[in-house]
Design a protein around this ligand. Structure first.
Ligand SMILES: [Zn+2]
Length: 405
């Protein structure tokens, strides 16, 4: 039993309550109680518990990285400052072709450690060799949604047969914190038949789907040429879209496509840093939110970011949308913190279990040390979290009630 007292709690509950001089009681994997420190101290005087004084700390729900390729941490700084096509074809793909399962395990483990240390408690991955990824995820204790890649157009061929075999081999072995999903790479690398199969298999097995979508203008132009419609119209037409789909990027959208995403309940994983670095585009955040689309945040891989720090992603997201909409009131701090927490868990369909510091939820809590010059004074915790904090300010991470570092 763990009791953290005299602390500030940014709950991210329905009222977006911030509790000053608060306390949290964690029993086993769950948050047993939350409230004012003086009240809870009196209420639980007789219970034997480990007491921690949280003065100077701000407790927040664990952050969610809704789109990454963890193993690509090995390619951090390997190829920068290149056009997307050269970057992929001349540098990234040839390097990845040499990856062995052991490299993928090591790269994923490095990424998991980086994410944990910067306050991410759950991530949504898309990559090869799920067995190596699952091993690394298990060893670090983070929550991982593992999406085995599907590509069946071009040279690499991983299609329905391989995924079905993989799924039946792995599904019995997976525990609560590690989940298997399906990750068709993109509309231009996966055939129409396979995309249709992905959704029917996902529905049958209750799985999430993870896809890159409308990342670049060229992708939209090619889709128009090949299919006579834009990527999201195409996916709607072939029956791929649904509320189990998390679409990464979505930079190039027509108003009609935004309506389609809202209609099907598709979640968008917005990856601002990667999109800026590769000059892919900027997702229309304001329009998406206004249409009722659930938008969350992702880092994409360390090869195109080059970090996996969601704090940095929050700040960049806020800044680019203010400029993009020519409105300093756009992408306000609370909206951006929601993208990184509650919207992320909604996308992954775990909002009943985590995403806020609430009684009865699983204890996924990040402790941010505000007792530092760059986080003082504190007129607003939410403002400091989005505009001033960084991953290195995280002092401790708790997942399922277990202190991981
Ligand atoms: Zn990606």
């Amino acid at each position: 039993m763990l009791f953290i007292k005299n602390t500030t709690i940014v709950t991210q509950n329905n009222e977006r309550q911030v509790i000053k001089n608060g306390a949290v009681l964690i029993v086993g994997e769950k948050i047993a109680d939350i409230g004012l420190s003086v009240k809870l101290e009196k209420k639980y005087t007789k219970i034997k518990k480990k007491i921690i004084n949280g003065r100077g700390w701000v407790l927040i729900p664990g952050l969610i990285n809704a789109h990454t390729h963890a193993a690509m941490s090995l390619l951090r700084g390997f190829a920068d400052d290149l056009p997307l096509k050269d970057w992929l074809e001349q540098k990234i793909w040839p390097a990845e072709a040499k990856f062995k399962p052991r490299d993928i395990y090591r790269g994923t483990k490095l990424a998991c450690q980086e994410m944990l240390r910067s306050g991410t408690t759950t991530f949504f991955d898309m990559y090869w060799q799920p067995e190596s990824i699952i091993k690394a995820v298990r060893e670090t204790g983070i929550r991982g949604f593992v999406g085995p890649l599907i590509i069946d157009l071009g040279t690499v061929a991983v299609g329905p047969k391989q995924i079905e075999a993989l799924y039946s081999r792995l599904k019995q072995k997976l525990s609560g914190k590690v989940k298997l999903t399906i990750a068709p790479h993109a509309t231009y690398t996966v055939s129409e038949d396979t995309l249709r199969w992905c959704q029917s298999f996902a529905k049958k097995e209750g799985l999430l789907l993870h896809i890159h979508l409308s990342e670049t203008e060229g992708e939209v132009k090619n889709c128009l040429k090949k299919h006579g419609c834009r990527p999201i119209e195409y996916l709607a037409k072939i029956g791929f879209l649904g509320n189990n789909v998390v679409a990464a990027h979505c930079c190039w959208l027509s108003d009609k496509e935004i309506k389609i995403l809202a209609k099907y309940g598709v979640s968008v994983a917005h990856c601002p840093t990667s999109n800026l670095k590769l000059v892919s585009g900027i997702a229309p955040l304001g329009k998406l939110l206004k249409a009722g689309v659930n938008v969350c945040l992702g880092t994409d891989s360390a090869a195109s970011n080059n970090s996996l720090d969601i704090f940095s992603e929050m700040k960049i997201a806020a800044l680019i949308h203010k400029w993009d909409e020519k409105n300093p009131a756009a992408a306000d701090a609370q909206t951006i913190l929601d993208l990184a927490t509650i919207n992320g868990v909604k996308a992954l369909k775990i909002d009943r279990q985590v995403g806020s510091i609430d009684t009865g939820k699983q204890a996924d809590i990040v402790i941010v040390n505000f007792n530092q010059p760059h986080l003082q004074p504190c007129h607003s915790e939410v403002s400091n979290l989005v505009y001033a904090a960084r991953g290195g300010d995280v002092s401790a991470v708790i997942i399922n009630g277990q202190v991981l570092f």
